[in-house]
Ligand binder design. Structure first.
Ligand code: ADP
Length: 309
């Protein structure tokens, strides 16, 4: 049975997860209005300028027909794009969900075997397997996060955290990469910073993304400076590097999904172009802001701020 909800185009577009002007239902409505208006206008103008009512009706008919064809073609194109988008998101969700359970068993088995009394050469092979399993686990986690962001279902598990400790934990986790590239890292922070109510795991991931980028897009023996301070009612985190920077033309796309700037491809570093996209959504979900300043070839400063209360 027909329900009034079917007329709520804005809600339908929200459900399809597309912007209003990309939504086929909304475009159909707009083209309907344009078609009716052009039929009425051509009828009124034709009636004034042409005496023969048959010719007026023919003109109105042709204009109406052309408008309907244009509307059909445009809405059909957008419908295909939206369908492909929905299919892609669902595909990613299903695949990441399906890979997760065998991966957990694999991880569990590797850990168990490592604890057993195995010869050294076999243990070496196990560390390769473990490394691979960890990389796939991270990848699945990223896809899962992107899926949640797309359906606007970021779940926050908040409690009081100290940003300095979280940063120290991240620095420790990335120590190998810092040493590998001979990066000089400095970490300063204001004394007695208050703890903040955040999802610790998610903010740790944001810091990890920012530090990982500051290392990867830096030169050998480059510098990375981290600073945490209090600014009015916010905690302000800043990370500065002496790396390749971001060109002016590409700056506005930096937080977009799958975006990687041209200059990083030269370095052939690994990356999916999802870290900053995820970070921006996590910070905003916690009521904060994220941004950056950069000079092409001359380093970048990334920052985020989170409300204290
Ligand atoms: P990834 O690093 O996996 O490519 P991100 O979303 O973390 O994905 O970053 C997106 C892009 O932003 C990078 O590919 C790079 O072009 C640019 N970028 C991010 N951080 C920096 C940085 N500190 N210096 C220079 N470019 C950066």
């Amino acid at each position: 049975m027909f329900s009034l909800k079917e007329l709520n185009v804005v809600k339908q577009c929200k459900d399809l997860r597309v912007k209003l002007w990309e939504c086929p239902n909304f475009l159909f409505l707009i083209f309907g209005i344009i078609t009716i208006s052009s039929i009425i206008i051509s009828y009124l103008v034709g009636n004034r300028l042409i005496d023969d009512p048959l010719i007026v009706s023919l003109i109105v008919l042709v204009i109406g027909f052309i408008m309907i064809i244009i509307a059909y073609l445009i809405t059909k194109t957008f419908s295909s794009i939206v369908e492909a988008n929905i299919f892609k998101s669902e595909f990613i969700n299903i695949i990441s969900h399906e890979i997760r359970s065998p991966l957990t068993s694999l991880k569990w088995s590797v850990n168990l075997c490592e604890k057993g009394a195995l010869p050294k050469e076999i243990l070496d092979y196990f560390s390769i397997v473990k490394d691979g399993v960890n990389k796939i686990t991270n990848l699945i986690q990223i896809l899962n996060d992107v899926g949640k962001i797309e359906v606007k279902q970021i779940q926050l598990n908040k409690s009081l955290f100290d940003l300095v400790s979280l940063t120290n934990e991240v620095i420790k986790e990335l120590e190998v990469f810092i040493k590998e590239k001979n990066i000089k890292l400095s970490f300063s922070f204001e004394e007695n910073l208050p703890k903040i109510l955040i999802d610790g795991e998610k903010i740790k991931l944001v810091i990890k993304n920012l530090l990982d980028n500051a290392i990867r897009y830096n030169r050998e023996e480059g510098k990375v400076m981290i600073d945490i301070s209090k600014k009015n009612s916010e905690i302000y985190f800043k990370i500065e590097d002496t790396g390749i920077g971001i060109s002016k033309e590409q700056r506005k796309r930096i937080f977009q999904k799958f975006f990687r700037a041209d200059n990083v491809l030269k370095y052939q570093t690994r990356g999916l172009g999802l870290g900053l996209f995820i970070s921006k959504h996590f910070i905003e979900a916690m009521g904060g802001k994220i941004g950056f300043e950069s000079k092409d070839g001359n380093g970048s400063i990334f920052w985020f701020e989170l409300p204290i209360r």
